[in-house]
Design a protein around this ligand. Structure first.
Ligand code: NZQ
Ligand code: ZN
Length: 395
């Protein structure tokens, strides 16, 4: 196990009905709130009214910013940042999926710094990728996830797309840890089957990326990761049959938070090559992040598994119950097992089917290596992925 530092400062309130504590909790941080949400789902489900009611009931003033799109865009962030600053908001409450929570963190940054968010986007043309601006200061953020997927609710990362340049890249900094996350599984009952499944594919990817690419002697982290993978696989099946099953939704929501809060990957030195390959797909073509990951995984696995069959085999044996013989065979069975699970939950898909034509792939591969490689010329992982590797995987 490698040396590591772990910082998990986000306070968590978990359980049915905890949403209604937002008014009392928010009032500890300020009197004027920027409430950030998406364009429609929180209105349709009624949770927006419920949150506004709780905030106003606690005597707080609410400024609503309900313009966040999936794969949130830099221009929207800059607009939200201006609004927070002009209105002198003291706290940001994010109500929505990963896109809304990421947008809230980015708005919290822009509100203080007065710089456009693209100055912070790692690896991009307009961002300062050589000497990335550190994010030391941001408004406090409270997250209330309505979709289980990204783990953004309790981590210090956000992913933003500069739609003018079609560059999707991350920001991070300790100032971005939400001060509080309210995890209420009932809010996720209304997530449609396709986004539920995409979210499960995303959680699963957060788990296997560090596991397959990092050091093999982090045994505590392996057990935690394998346990979380088993939970996601089992309850993804369940929740697609019964969308309002509390036990299943609660299990998936908590797994999504734990998968990317730092604890599963600490001391591994793992990397996120499949994420680096996915971000330009959703950056250029606005597809769902989780779906893009599910499309790429089998191709990525087939590209690299022979370099490290023992890690694939361990995942297959402990997570999917595979036992055919040697490492190489078990690794191949593991790839098939992942594909079968993807097929079962409905995320087995193709770039073509998502509207991404073959002639777009050169530019996407180049962006993947430039942004994901942060100036190194390759995406690190089991194997260093150069542009030709990225292209081969997409194809
Ligand atoms: O747009 P609205 O109206 O809000 O509807 C959303 C959206 O259309 C809908 N939805 C959310 N909760 C719902 C619901 N519909 C019905 N009932 C509910 N309870 O679902 C759609 C997808 O939402 P989105 O927030 O885009 O999905 P997700 O949570 O998967 O977030 C994806 C974004 O997070 C980034 C991705 O790159 C992508 O931009 N990521 C952030 C990470 C982080 N901060 O740590 C890590 C991840 O790897 C990921 O990159
Ligand atoms: Zn992800």
């Amino acid at each position: 196990m490698l040396n590591f530092q772990l910082h998990m400062p986000t306070r968590i309130l978990f359980g049915a009905g905890e949403t209604d504590r937002i008014g009392a909790e928010a009032s500890k941080w300020g009197r004027k709130i920027l409430l950030v949400t998406g364009r429609s789902s929180t209105k349709k489900t009624g949770v927006l009214d419920r949150v506004v009611g709780s905030l106003e009931g606690a005597g707080l003033e609410v400024i609503l910013f309900d313009r966040i799109e999936p794969n949130p865009r830099a221009a929207t962030i800059d607009e939200g940042g201006r609004l927070a600053r002009e209105e002198r908001c003291e706290l940001i409450v994010a109500l929505g999926g990963g896109s809304v929570m990421d947008a809230a963190k980015a708005i919290a940054t822009v509100a203080i710094s007065e710089r456009p968010i693209h100055h912070y986007l790692a690896g991009t043309r307009l961002g300062y990728w050589k000497e990335l601006l550190p994010i030391h200061e941001a408004l406090p953020v409270i997250t209330i996830p309505t979709l289980a997927a990204t783990g953004s609710e309790a981590n210090s990362m956000a992913v933003i797309t500069n739609w003018e340049t079609k560059e999707k890249a991350s920001i991070s900094g300790s100032a971005l840890f939400p001060v509080l996350a309210i995890l209420d599984p009932e809010l996720t009952y209304t997530v449609p089957a396709s986004y539920t499944a995409d979210g499960c594919a995303d959680i699963f990817t957060h788990l296997y990326e560090g596991y397959l690419t990092g050091t093999g002697d982090a045994h505590v982290q392996d057990e935690i990761t394998e346990g979380l993978m088993r939970v996601v696989i089992r309850f993804a099946r369940k929740v697609l049959d019964e969308p309002a099953d509390y036990e299943a939704r609660a299990s998936i929501l908590w797994a999504s938070t734990l998968a990317l809060i730092g604890v599963a990957g600490a001391g591994r030195g793992g990397t996120f090559p499949v994420h680096q390959l996915e971000h330009p797909l959703s950056g250029h073509h606005d597809i769902s992040h989780g779906r893009g990951l599910a499309i790429l995984a089998p191709a990525y696995f087939n590209h690299v598994y022979k370099d490290r069959p023992e890690r694939f085999a361990q995942m297959g044996r402990r997570v999917f119950g595979i036992k055919t013989g040697n490492d190489l065979q078990d690794a191949e069975e593991t790839i098939r097992a992942v594909e079968n699970w993807f097929r079962e939950i409905g995320v087995k898909d193709s770039l073509k089917n998502q509207g991404i034509p073959r002639d777009a792939l050169n530019r996407i591969a180049s962006d993947a290596v430039r942004i994901g490689g942060r100036g190194q010329g390759f995406i690190p992982g089991i194997r260093e992925l150069r542009e030709a590797d990225a292209l081969a995987i997409y194809e």
